[in-house]
Design a protein around this ligand. Structure first.
Ligand code: HEC
Length: 112
């Protein structure tokens, strides 16, 4: 009897572990999708390494810093000739705060 309960507990634990890791991956998938569908990928590269030498890499950068920069750029608080690539982009200049946060978290943890 005791052994059965122990086994049940063990399989329940394994099941919960499996679910939580799938959920974490799904979260990652969602942010990855955002990174692609909001066009960030076209300039900042598939793995957060920029496609041009004068564009910034985002991979492994601090999350809070990324969030602030995107907001500053979109609100035109950050000056710099190249910021027009983001401020005048019809999709990027409408990106939502929660989407920016998700993308920043994705960049922070992105695997190379
Ligand atoms: C058309 C190209 C292009 C696209 C698309 C684009 N960016 Fe950028 N991004 C740039 C360039 C160029 C800069 C550098 C601007 C400057 O010189 O100040 C930049 C700057 C940034 C920075 C500041 C980086 C730093 O180190 O200060 C962040 C963060 C960022 N982009 C995030 C994003 C996110 C998130 C998206 C998608 C929602 C996105 N970008 C889409 C070109 C792009």
């Amino acid at each position: 009897m005791y052994k059965t309960i122990q086994l049940c507990m063990l399989s329940l634990f394994a099941f919960l572990l499996a679910i939580s890791s799938t959920m974490a991956e799904e979260g990652d998938q969602d942010s990855k999708k955002l990174y692609m569908t909001k066009f960030c990928i076209t300039c900042h590269g598939e793995k957060g390494i920029a496609v041009a030498p004068n564009y910034p890499n985002l991979a492994k950068q601090n999350e809070l810093y990324l969030i602030k920069q995107v907001k500053d750029i979109i609100q035109k608080k950050r000056k710099g000739k190249l910021t027009v690539l983001m401020t005048e982009h019809p999709v990027i200049n409408r990106v939502q705060d929660n989407e920016i946060a998700a993308i920043a978290a994705y960049m922070k943890n992105i695997k190379q």
